[in-house]
Write a new protein. Structure first.
Length: 67
């Protein structure tokens, strides 16, 4: 009974550890590419556009009057 629980816990944690390891490798690779080539302008434009859109929605929702 105890052996089954231990093997079940090991089975649950193996995919978690594998996913974490893959995520770390992909994240570090992406970070290296970004820092060696400069800022990814397509991503910066996308984030700034989304930020501006969300900010306008927030202003409209709380009712701040602009010029």
């Amino acid at each position: 009974m105890v052996g089954d629980e231990v093997s079940a816990m090991a089975f649950i944690w193996k995919p978690v550890i594998m996913g974490y390891g893959c995520g770390v490798v992909l994240g570090l690779s992406t970070e290296y590419i970004v820092f060696t080539t400069g800022r990814p302008w397509w991503f910066v434009r996308m984030v700034e556009r989304d930020w501006q859109r969300n900010f306008k929605r927030w202003i409209h929702r709380i009712g701040i009057k602009t010029n």
